[in-house]
Design a protein around this ligand. Sequence first.
Ligand SMILES: Cc1cc2nc3c(=O)[nH]c(=O)nc-3n(C[C@H](O)[C@H](O)[C@H](O)COP(=O)(O)OP(=O)(O)OC[C@H]3O[C@@H](n4cnc5c(N)ncnc54)[C@H](O)[C@@H]3O)c2cc1C
Length: 466
Amino acid sequence: MPSIKNGADVIIVGSGFAGLAAAIEAAEAGASVMVLEKMRAVGGNSTISDGCMAAPGTEEQIAAGIEDSPELMYEDMIKAGEGLNYPELVRTVTGGAKKAFLWSKEYLGVEYLDRIDLFGGHSVARCYTSKSVSGSDLVKKQLARLKDLKVPVYTSVYVNQFLADSRSFIGGVKINEDYQYKTETAGFEKELLASQAVIVASGGFGSDIFFRRAQDPRLDNSISSTTKPYSTAEIIKECLAIGANPVQLSRIQLFPWTSPEEKGFGAGPGFSDYVVLPYGLIIDPKSGNRFINELSNRKETAEAFLKLGHPVIGIADEKGVLSANWDLSRALNKGIVRAFSSLEDLARHYDIDIQSLKNSVDRFNDMIEKGRDDDFNKPLLKGSSPVINPPFYAIKMWPKVHYTMGGIQIDVSGRVIDRNQRPIKGLFAAGEVTGGIHGACRLGSCAITECLVMGRIAGKNAAGAK
Ligand SMILES: Cc1cc2nc3c(=O)[nH]c(=O)nc-3n(C[C@H](O)[C@H](O)[C@H](O)COP(=O)(O)OP(=O)(O)OC[C@H]3O[C@@H](n4cnc5c(N)ncnc54)[C@H](O)[C@@H]3O)c2cc1C
């Protein structure tokens, strides 16, 4: 790695979607830029994400006959967020979503699967998954662009403090160079000066058990996380120390459809998201009953699971897998999704009363035939069909900490706001480290949208900020 320069016009903390988007825009605006990343590898949680992004009013939707608009996406986000979202930020994200999606395709060259998905809480299908079903595509394309723009991305550089001058301008950062996460080697300290701004894009704190438990005491180490183990809160704490205003830190999202039979996010949620939720059903193994609209948002679903107090079973059949056009091989090979030739076998494996399960599946199938869910009001998709075609596929589901909606306060220009509601000069932020966009519950695919929209805004405005 080249030796680190002493500073730049704009210094960016974090190399996920938000930090890299900000870096590109700041460099395009003519600023000298450097990106600092504490880990040896770049990309944070962005790189392990599914790479699925939400955008309304796209050409893809028009071609598929889906009516959508930024207003409808705004309403969906506010509904899921229980009205706790900062409306001006949601408008900025939904208003900029289509442009950000086009930017990812046309400017960066990201390719998407030929499908548009409807995930829980969205009222129409508006989610586009990158061809590799991974955020690493987008990260790689962002890095390639930064290489063209000659922006250095320094790894193993841990930012531990901000440099604030006497007029409370943020003038740079204190770092530990050659930091090694695995061996807990701190490296050596250095100060880097930012002549225009520092942009904080350090991601969420889903794996910071002390910090998350302080916000929500239920989220102790008995609940695992889908996030990288280094998703910790040190930068948020530094922001708070220099007066940034905290927003809704206790709003922490559990991803309901993960499997307790594997670590992290794993291979199971692809089956849950793309097959069970739209085309299948979820059963409480104790009663054998269906108990929820499978397309409810993450918060409603996770709360319903936690209320039951034990893992639940997601079920779909061969036809559902074909309708979803989803490749199950990885999840099947890992044994996270299991195939059964009959509902009897499935019931036996998960210890479900067979008659109750059959009654629930029959009732679900009647509802599909009728085209209306009188029990839970699940929106029925084109291609929905009765669950009668073996093999029957199933997954055990239990929530994991997935995303932190809360963070530091920003305005629509990406400036960090202090506890007296004034911008902190020279400090910008974007991505999961910020709070207020998703309120009580983030809808699936909206994080990438947010990172690109707000990252680009922060980058543009940071260049020339002083
Ligand atoms: C498994 C998984 C799947 C997901 N799938 C989707 C999806 O399909 N669609 C969607 O919209 N959202 C998804 N999300 C959420 C989304 O991926 C994240 O919210 C988003 O990637 C966050 O991007 P970011 O740039 O804010 O932070 P990150 O990508 O987490 O990057 C932050 C970076 O900052 C670095 N950093 C932190 N502290 C310091 C420090 N002190 N010094 C230097 N560097 C530091 C970190 O090491 C990290 O690399 C998923 C999340 C997970 C965990």
